[in-house]
Design a protein around this ligand. Sequence first.
Ligand code: NAP
Length: 314
Amino acid sequence: MITIQFAARTARWAEYEAPLRAALEARDLQYRMANYTDEAQLPPAEVDYIVYAPNSHLQDFTPYTRCKAVLNIWAGVEEVVHNPSLTQPLTRMVDHGLTQGMVEWVVGHTMRHHLGMDADITRQDSTWDRHVPPLAEERPVTILGLGALGTACGQALTRLGFPVRGWSRSPKSVEGIETFSGDAGLARALEGAQVVILLLPATPATENVLNAETLRLTAPGAFVLNPGRGPLIDDDALLAALDAGQIGHATLDVFREEPLPSEHPFWAHPKVTVTPHIASETRASTASTVIAENIARGEAGQPFLHLVDREAGY
Ligand code: NAP
């Protein structure tokens, strides 16, 4: 009998319980599972797996002496990866729903800027002002982060005709995408980009990757999309680049502080679009299948999928 502790915000339990049970049962796993609340917890020393969200009340992993893995339901792990009480393997979420959601958000916002849709939507004032956008093939896009999400978004944009460059920590080969890696590759990846999309994790090494110096490398009037994490951008440098016209518009989904405080200049800036961290959400239906697969792997002594590199922080 496998013992599974679900530890996320209470609303998530209602969302996850049925699909998780269905996914575990589809794999013929014999289990008991409960939500983590202050009143009703499984005895920690009996727990084999923790299905986890970093904003859970469970923050001390020390009593979970038998736990084989902590299975994060978020893609980002920056809020748990440095927890000193966590000695168990940690996995992050990679699943179809999360990837597809991100592809849709990135393609939608890229197309908005590429086609200049705002002018048509906001200028219904009898002005016959023909603005013809370039073709996608004339609009270079750079994606910083070529992991599960960056690669899928890059490939979707490639299929639409955009020339796509991508940047990662280690060298990568992705069909249709020109790839760069490491500190030395960053400038070459950004040089002349008209759309820059951030899909990096938040780590000490990625903080402020878009700063005054790197923003200057883009084509004048470039668009920035950040569905990655807030600390990837030096906010003041971005505001200065927007005011100077070096950046034409920034569409931002994630911020150093969330919710974005009402007094933050991003809210009022005419060249900034704020979306409230909705670029892509983990969907219980598809994520449950990945969680059940990892539990089955753990039970079969196979390596876990999507293991976090604790040293790299993602
Ligand atoms: P992932 O598969 O771990 O990919 C991360 C990518 O970033 C990899 O290509 C990695 O390089 C690269 N990278 C990491 N550190 C780097 C560095 N110092 N220099 C250059 N490249 C570096 O992650 P993912 O699943 O694609 O997700 C990316 C991020 O999206 C998550 O961490 C999360 O913060 C964010 N996210 C946001 C939302 C939302 O709703 N806004 C939803 C889901 C995820 P290697 O390939 O060499 O490892």
